[in-house]
Structures are given as C-alpha cells and as structure tokens.
Design a protein around this ligand. Structure first.
Ligand code: GLA
Length: 659
C-alpha cells in the first residue's frame, strides 16, 4: 500500500553470476522491487529426470533478498525440458489436422497429458517445498501465460478428456445430440466413443461442437492451474496467480471462470500495432482486467519498454510513451507495473524484444525512460489501494466471441472484438469509464449497460438484462446480439431473439454490406458492414437508412420499457457517429462525461478512503485542459481550477473536495 510496485521478468539462466550482481545493483537504481524468476527454469532446475539443481536459483533468490527485492516466483513449468519430450513424446500437442507440434519453441505440451502433469507437478512440489516460506517470496507465478500456444490440443489424450468433459456436461448422449443439433448432416452419435474434437474437416464443422471444445479447453487448463496451486498451498502461504493474456489477439480462455481462482489478477499487455487504435485497446484491456479483478487493484505483469519482436513490424516507443501507457494501466486500476523483461536477451527467439535494460546498456534513451517512469510511480504511490468508479458497464463474453466467429456466419467481416472496441472507444473518448463485466454480473448499480454484439446469451443473463431495464436501467445493444442460446441454437421468432421485447424491435433478416460499402443514416452518420430488415414493435425510430439495401428501415431505435430505456443500433457506425450516439445514450442515462469531444485523452478517476485522483493522459499532440483543483503529483504543483496537460504529457491530481 502507498506505493506502486515496479517489477520485471528476469531470466538469470541466460547470464553469468557477475551479470546477476550488476543487474541487481541496477534494479535497485531503477527502483525495481518485484522480480519474476524461474519462469522458464525447468531444464536448468531439473537437468535430468528427478535430478534437481537448485544452487543457482538459491543464489539468485538470496541476492535479490539481500537487496530488498521481493520475488514473484515462477513454478518453472511453462516449457518442458528436451528430456521429457524425448522420453515421452506423448506429451506433445497436436494441431487440428492431427499433426504433432514439436519442441524447439515453447509450451509444447498437451494440457490434458497425465505424463506432463505428473512431471510438472513433481517439479512444483520441489520448488514449493524449498522456497514456500522464504521471506523474499511475494507471489507465486504459476507456469506462464497458460494457453498462449497450446490452448487447443487435438491429440488422442485430449480427445479422451473431451469425451469425459462432455459426459459430465450432458450426462446422456441424447442430450448431447440435442445440444449439438446432430440431426443436421447425419451427425447423430450413438456412443461417446464416436465423438472427436473438432478436427480439420472437409467442410464447415459443427459450430456447437466447436464452442464446447473451446469451453473444454479453457476448463482443462484451469484444471491444470488448480493442480499446481494445490501443491503450492500445501507448502506456502504466499498468494498464487498466473499471468492472463487480456489482449487483442488471444481469445482461447474464458477468464470469467478463471478469475475467482486467482489470489490477485495479473495481466500481460502489449500494444498491438496491427490494430487501428492500439492505445484505445490498451484502455479496453485494462478495464477488462479490472473487471476480472472485481474492481480490486491488479498487477500489470508484463509490458514492453519498447518494441516487441512478434508483430510483423515492431514499433518502438517514443520518449514519454511508456509513461503514458503505464499511467493508463494505473488510472484503470493497476497497482503494480512489471515488464517483460529486465535485460534484453543476447540469444534465443526473443533477442530482438526490448527490455528495461537494452543491449546498448544504460547510456540509452530506453534506460533513462525507465528511471523517469520509476520516479513518476514513486510520485503517485499514494493512489495504490484506491479503486475506479464507473456508472457504466459493458458486457463482454469469451464464450460469445467463440460462437460469434463461427466458420459460416452472415458476414466474415464482422468481428466481435472490433465491435466491442468501437463501443468502448466511443465511451472512452467522452471520458466515460466503464466496468467490463460478464453476462452474469449484477447490473443493478449501473446507470447504463452496454451490450455490443453479444451473439450468444443464456436465458438467465438475458432475463437479468431485461429486468435491469424494467427496473429503470438504461441499455444499449448493438447488432448481432441475442441471436442464439448457450447451445448455439437460434432463438426463433425474429432477431435479436433474447432482446426483442426489451428493445421493442423485430428483425426478419440480416442484410450485411460488402466491406468498403457504406450506408447513410438520416442523422448524418454512416454505417458499414451490417444492416437488417427491422421493424419496430414498441420502440421509436431514432435514425433510418437513407440508402443501401434497406432505405427507410430503422437503424437506431429507442424503447421505453418498464421504468427504463433500451436503445438498439443495427449497423456499425463510423467513429464520429458512434461517439454521437454514445453521447446521446450516456446523457440520457444521466452519466457524467469527463469530456465531450473525441481526442486521444484518458480522463479517469480513482477514489477511496475519502481521496480522489484525476488521471489525465494525453496521447495526442495538442494540450488539453480539465477542470481540477488540488495537487498535481507528477509535477508537484498546485492546480487551481484548471489542469493543463501538454501534448504527450500526463497529469495526476489529488483533488480537493469541492468547498
Ligand atoms: C509473453 C511471455 C513472455 C514473452 C513476452 C514477449 O508475454 O509471457 O515470456 O515471450 O510475451 O512479448
């Protein structure tokens, strides 16, 4: 408390002991106080089956401890050593076409493999026994980014585990047949043994089977996590977590089911320059991570000091950019900021990945940026422990994501995350912070609930959303929502089935647009990707299409339902149109805007214990001004009514209560 931890991954296996000592001295200089080690330690710790070599790890831990640095201790199991995959090739995972994925990279293991679990758990037991009560131990770091590469395994071991999982879920084969709609294309099963994972096929595969395979795969790795955790708990009272990948390109784990099992939520985040707006995605990921943490502070377990090495074009960070990125995470609830990694590797697949300490050493812009960041985190340390207030909730679902992006769907150009990002971005541009919550969340505390593109929704969640509106809540639903139930079965009688009544509309058919084609709306906005033949039942029309396939048909509607209001958006609006619509909806719901314009600025409040902090992170080039009174912790200056933040700058104001 009262400080924001600064940390990093450290891979001392790659360096000699003299480098370790130089590194720890520099860590102290940079104010690093939490170091993740032993993430990829297995082949060093257990060079041959059952032969453990702990001397180096002992020495590193003692060195860190002697320097007052706490340890975030990896269990070391993320990548198997060559002896294991050589002696037991059955632990190797298989791709959807049945071909083996060989070692030579990392994470080459099948999540269901009993042999892998047996060997990995033996290592965890040794590590936990040895270091479980070490005074330097702050946190256990189970494996690493579970499921980053091996989430979906199609080998025979996985197939058998999938059958077991299905038996538990459905009990009877007939129930499974109904759930998967196997009367279609002669897929009816007579026996569990006939079922396979959705391996590569000649045509479109059964979509319900694919969604269940995703559910199974997420559960299987969670079960693995539980296995390691149980061993750690038997030998240690330190908190346990693993690093999530709430980021744009990874989607294979349903973190809503994982989150309750973590002692603290930790996320890895890298700016993705393949996206149109990487910084807006960062804000989204931070909000989603806070959602997983149930609003409590969380750990940014990895970010890059500069470029990564795994995108096609790896952009570095301009001076000030790392500070802005970091404060965006802190503004949205992070209380610890860690990097991958401390010292840039000289060898191996990540030798072109940036680090806090670059190849060129300390006489570098990168190193000075680390020192600058460290000073800024010290200056704002008192925000630790406060939380983020939000009047708006955005419903997000991994399950629906898997289902919505089926192989055969109305439009391949409609991607779930794009639609979610567009909605979140519009709110962010208005200075409206939203909590990102699961479809099953309690919505009663929110003034507005936003439901972008929630294709799959269960009855209970749909009812809860409907009741929330009836009780006076405001709701915004966007197209391709409420279409199917949890079995991926269409909700019949007109789209958007689950939300037809609350929205007061009924859609007969979808009319997607070709990429690049646009429609004009009567309110001046343009739509793309999607239109639908919609009729209002009880809703009123806010805007209709002027052209495109459905001129005159409503595109935006508003429905008074019970004591609340429900809006529907039936197309993908341009950014300005989306922002205008969001402003309308937000103001109608009496939600405060921290700003009204667009512009690439974060404006977020953290509060707690009677304190309030306004974060303004200016990602743009022009100065911005915000009403604020108090003390700017970054510049150590009084703010007397207006906070001015230069282009590229940041401000964190401890606000004085209004007189
Ligand atoms: C992930 C991993 C790290 C490293 C970084 C590189 O986050 O956890 O080991 O590979 O990616 O960006």
């Amino acid at each position: 408390m009262n400080s924001i931890r600064l940390g990093c991954d450290y891979n001392p296996e790659q360096w000699t002991p003299d480098v370790w000592r130089a590194d720890v001295a520099l860590m102290r200089e940079a104010g690093v106080d939490l170091v993740a080690i032993n993430i990829f330690g297995w082949s060093s710790l257990e060079p041959a089956p059952g032969q453990y070599a702990f001397d180096d790890l002992d020495e590193i831990i003692e060195l860190l401890h002697a320097n007052g640095i706490r340890v975030n201790l990896g269990t070391g199991t993320s990548s198997p050593p060559p002896w294991l995959t050589t002696r037991h090739p059955e632990v190797l995972p298989a791709a959807a076409d049945g071909t083996t994925r060989y070692p030579g990279g990392r994470q080459a293991w099948c999540p269901s493999s009993p042999v892998f679990r047996d060997r990995a758990f033996a290592l965890v037991r040794e590590v936990a026994r040895r270091y479980g009560e070490h005074p330097a131990l702050a946190l256990w770091h189970v494996s690493n980014e579970l499921g980053c590469h091996n989430a979906l395994c199609y080998c025979e071991t996985s197939a058998e585990a999938f059958r077991t999982w299905l038996r538990r879920r459905y009990g009877k084969i007939e129930t499974l047949n109904e759930a998967w709609g196997t009367s279609f294309w002669s897929q009816r099963y007579g026996d569990w043994a006939e079922i396979q994972p959705p391996r590569a096929a000649l045509s479109v595969r059964n979509p319900a089977q694919i969604v269940d395979f995703h559910r199974f795969s997420s559960d299987e790795l969670l079960d693995y996590y539980r296995g390691e955790t149980a061993i750690l708990r038997a030998h240690s009272s330190a908190p346990v977590t693993t690093n999530f990948m709430v980021t744009a390109h990874i989607r294979n784990l349903d973190y809503w089911s994982w989150a309750p099992e973590m002692d603290v939520i930790a996320n890895d985040h890298y700016l993705d320059h393949r996206l149109g707006d990487p910084v807006a995605e960062l804000s989204f990921a931070a909000d989603l991570t806070r959602g997983l943490a149930g609003g409590r502070p969380w750990i940014l377990m990895e970010q890059a000091a500069g470029a990564v090495n795994w995108q096609p074009h790896n952009l570095t960070k301009a001076p000030g950019e790392m500070l802005r990125n970091t404060l965006t995470h802190v503004a949205r609830g992070a209380d610890s900021i860690c990097f991958f990694q401390w010292r840039a590797s000289a060898q191996g697949a990540e030798k072109f990945h940036s680090a806090m300490l670059p190849h060129a050493g300390t006489d570098t812009v990168a190193w000075r940026e680390v020192l600058r960041l460290s000073a800024a985190l010290d200056a704002i340390g008192e925000v630790a422990g406060t939380t983020v207030d939000a009047d708006v909730a955005l419903i997000f679902s991994w399950e629906s994501w898997w289902a919505a992006e089926g192989e055969a769907r109305p439009s391949q150009a409609v991607e779930y995350l794009d639609q979610v990002h567009a909605t979140h971005r519009a709110l962010r541009e208005l200075g409206v912070t939203c909590d990102i919550v699961s479809p099953d969340a309690d919505l009663s505390g929110y003034r507005l609930v936003v439901v972008p593109c929630l294709y799959m929704v269960g009855d209970v969640a749909a009812e809860r959303i409907t009741e929330y509106v009836a009780a006076g809540g405001h709701l915004l639903v966007t197209f391709f929502s409420g279409i199917v139930d949890e079995r991926d079965r269409i909700r019949l009688g007109g789209y958007p089935g689950a939300f037809r009544d609350v929205l007061g509309v009924r859609t007969e058919e979808f009319a997607p647009l070709k990429p690049g084609h646009e429609v004009t709306l009567t309110n001046g906005a343009t739509g793309a990707l999607w239109t639908e033949r919609l009729r209002t039942t009880t809703a009123s029309t806010v805007a209709s299409y002027l052209d495109g396939p459905l001129p005159g048909i409503p595109a935006i509607t508003r429905n008074e339902f019970g004591d609340g209001v429900a809006w529907y958006l039936a197309t993908s609006l341009d950014a300005r149109g989306m922002r205008d619509m969001a402003r309308n909806v937000v103001q109608n719901a009496a939600v405060d805007l921290l700003k009204e314009d667009g512009g690439d600025v974060e404006a977020v409040r953290r509060t707690g214990d009677g304190r309030s902090y306004l974060f303004v992170v200016n990602h743009g080039v022009n100065p911005v001004e915000y009403p604020a009174t108090g003390h700017n912790l970054i510049t150590d200056e009084r703010v007397g009514g207006t906070l001015r933040v230069e282009g590229g700058g940041v401000g964190v104001v401890r606000e004085e209560a209004p007189a």
